[in-house]
Write a protein that binds this ligand. Structure first.
Ligand code: ADP
Ligand code: 5GP
Length: 226
């Protein structure tokens, strides 16, 4: 990641196409390392709802991101996000504590690396529910990560979901909708997502993601035995 000067605007790492990089983590305890899944898609598509439902059915750990966005609704620090200010976020970048990070809708978001690495080393499945810019960085750094792109059935339905969630004002909602198509195009062109799941019926989408996770875990187990 680039070194930051303390007063410069934060510049996230570039978004090169996913290329082979560092190999998957190996465990310090001789355990087989867990599998890393990146779940991305436009804001309001249902990523959090789906990841939480699939994690609840399995032993998967949901990574908790750091963000400079203020908490909304009943969000709690350490449960939904680690809410930090910009200088603290900058320090996390400088100290190499983030697996990936990006500016999204005017705020910074990043995945603390330590928690993810120790869960993987302990053999756990880990879900990152992050934007596409971050997903592309993870694919480059951890080529064994499995990218799942969640897609809305239509733009009109995406608008209904974002409006129904009622967490954003009108202006922010429009910004999020405007970015949706760009994000889907970037994701498809990046090569970082090998699965695409349309979130039309929620139960069906949860089931589809759960099957992908199970199949990828089994594939991983089989390849470790050969
Ligand atoms: P994201 O994490 O992608 O921003 P959320 O998980 O917060 O999106 O979902 C946005 C809103 O859409 C929430 O109110 C959620 O309950 C709703 N939602 C999610 N999936 C569906 C679905 N398949 N059908 C209808 N509403 C949905
Ligand atoms: P929200 O403000 O709705 O919680 O999140 C806005 C966007 O930021 C969503 O697309 C969400 O997936 C993404 N996001 C959340 N955490 C992270 C993170 O750690 N890294 C990146 N790159 N994006 C994140």
């Amino acid at each position: 990641m680039p070194k930051e000067r303390s007063n410069s605007p934060l510049q996230p790492p570039g978004f090169a196409k996913a290329t082979p990089g560092k190999p998957a983590l190996s465990s310090s305890k001789g355990l087989q390392p867990g599998r890393l899944f990146v779940i991305s898609g436009p804001s309001g598509v249902g990523k959090s709802t789906i990841s939480q439902a699939v994690a609840a059915q399995t032993d998967a750990m949901l990574s908790i991101s750091a963000t400079t966005r203020p908490p909304r609704g009943d969000e709690r620090d350490g449960r939904d996000y680690y809410f930090v200010d910009v200088p603290a976020f900058r320090r996390m970048i400088e100290q190499g504590k983030l697996l990936e990070w990006a500016e999204v809708f005017g705020n910074y978001y990043g995945t603390p690396a330590d928690a993810v690495e120790s869960a993987l080393a302990a053999g756990r499945t880990v879900f990152l529910t992050i934007d596409v810019q971050g997903g592309i960085q993870v694919a480059a750094r951890r080529p064994a990560a499995v990218g799942i792109l969640i897609v809305p059935p239509s733009q009109a339905e995406l608008r209904r979901r974002l409006a129904g969630r009622a967490t954003e004002g009108a202006e922010v909602l429009e910004k999020r909708l405007a970015k949706a198509n760009q994000e889907l195009t970037l994701a498809r062109e990046s090569g970082a997502y090998c699965y695409q799941v349309i979130n039309d019926n929620l139960d069906a989408a949860v089931q589809r993601v759960a099957v992908i996770v199970e199949e990828e875990k089994q594939r991983h187990d089989r390849s470790a035995q050969t």
